[in-house]
Design a protein around this ligand. Sequence first.
Ligand code: ADP
Ligand code: MG
Length: 697
Amino acid sequence: MRPEILFPLFAPITSISGIGPRFAALFERLVGAHVLDLCWHLPNGLIDRRYSPRIAEAQPGRIATISARVLRHHPAPARGRPYRVVVGDDSGELQLVFFHARADYLEKILPEGEIRVVSGKLEVFGGGLQMSHPDHIVPESERADIQTVQPVYPLTAGLPQKVVAKAVTKAVETALAHTADFPEWLDPALQRQRGWPGWYEALRDVHRPQEAQDLEATTPVRSRLAYDELLANQLALALIRRNQTRHKGRRITGDSSLRARVLDALPFALTNSQHLVLSEIDGDMASDSRMLRLVQGDVGSGKTVVALLAMMAAVESGAQAAIMAPTEILARQHHKTIEPLARAAGVAVELLTGRDKGKGRAAVLARIASGESAIVIGTHALFQQDVAFNDLALAVIDEQHRFGVHQRLTLAEKGRGVDMLVMTATPIPRTLMLTAYGDMDVSKITEKPAGRQPIDTRTLPTDRLPEVVDGIGRALRSGTRVYWVCPLVEESELSDLAAAEDRYRELQMHFGERVGLVHGKMKAKEKDAAMAAFVAGDTSLLVATTVIEVGVDVPEASIMVIEHAERFGLAQLHQLRGRIGRGSQKSSCLLLYQGPLGEISRARLNIMRETDDGFRIAEEDLRLRGAGELLGTRQSGFPEFRLADLQVHGDLLAVARDDAQLILNKDPDLDSERGQALRVLLYLFERDAAVKYLRSG
Ligand code: ADP
Ligand code: MG
């Protein structure tokens, strides 16, 4: 349970005065629901009002705070013209300019003959110095209140800067009032060596930038807060991992009898790279610690076969294996690939998806529970509580970045010392891997099967669509199969769906019954039927949304048209394009874009034309768009950080990992004084789930 000292920080934001129901929803969208979330909303700019020159020396373009005597009022001479007030010091004069101002109000705040302090941006107009609509006009006695540096916060529509700044200030005050005597959780030596402030000072000062440099991510203040967040992440992972390895792994060694039969049934020989990766997996499975290995291989590199052969080792040893895919289509396809090969080896395979219901599902579950089905293929449906295995020894997770940590753990808990193999086509930067798994072994399939033809990729503006349709017509007549991909952007799912349906109807007018349609909103049966028709060649032009992005394998397809290619991430385009170029035919990919393209968009599409090296594409995408975008943060399964920026604080992540390891070695249940402080840290960053793995948690 969350310690009481943290309650005020997790109070709802509406407990802050000034945040009523009107603003609460906006704040919630901008920062989150708790007082603490406001504290993590860091300034990204500042307004420095410390510059206070004499008028004669004042530099236009700067923000200045100036003391001057009010000399004359010049009310607006006509509608649409400004009201002017001339103020001056012993060196010169300055005009204050007001549009649509009320004379009585200006006379009240700027009485003739009095000294006033004004603060705002200086401009030159008609040869003289002026300040329009000063941000502040106060008597000399209040000068100290305004001649300061104000933080500037990121905003969202409907929330003005003043409101956000005030809310954050209050939230930080609340937090500071309640955390003044928080115990320090950092290692004192590390803190000293890095020159980091205490938590209290860090939280206070991060909202009080004095200079532009104070806004940089590498300041001691920001680094400390980033480290706190990373340490909470790594400590939580270490706890989860330790809990997992509490149950020993098991030695899984096959006799290769089944594997040999699968290899015999394959119409091809494994690549060297596939052999190598498989031997690394075998080594892990044969050892008595639990395997946690990532297999990275570009689209089309042949990960599925490797997974199948690994699963055969588990089956040879008398146990079961499961492979989980992120989509129904992909699970079915795995089933289609694996089932005949497994049958050749005399191994029973089961498919379980969300679509299985009632009696049919009960029968499937019974075969899994009895061990009759040695290999189980499925979707998220495999996590469900009533899915029990007789003896699960190996879990394979395909396209792992689509699943969250908890889902992976749930599957691992369905067996005893389950070995875990995760597969991905998206090269994931090491730092990002660390945030999701802690340490993990990595194998790479670096070679593609021989005989693959390079894909000819071209970019074309959408207004050349008629030519494209003509070209597709010729290709269809010569027996080619074609994907036509329409984007599905989350915000406007329905209108995009409509676009795909419109395109479908339009292409149908040209090509009639040969056109099929598949999208995510279809009923499962319709989806299957559409895919099956395309696989069988009953349809030869398949209009699709990105449901076909991951893994779909139809070797006969050799042309892909992607509309609005500029809206896709590069990694996603690469995945999509990986659906073609799988057969012996020459393949081509047409990227249609809606012009005019910005410089970055143009550069991105050019990369797609230049290379089909997934690693290079991912790197460029990372460089152009950042990690979150690369993986599509929302469904990525990777943690999102509020204070840490992995591009900048990546090195701190490794420090945090070692720190976490050391902490748990010395104080396994966080009982010591520092251990208690670290518990607070875990709760502070909402790693509550990890705390439950502590003996006295
Ligand atoms: P991915 O790594 O993208 O998941 P798949 O496992 O779907 O790739 O394999 C892509 C295609 O390549 C499949 O049709 C598969 O049968 C084929 N394949 C796999 N390994 C080889 C190989 N060594 N030689 C030839 N074809 C292969
Ligand atoms: Mg695959």
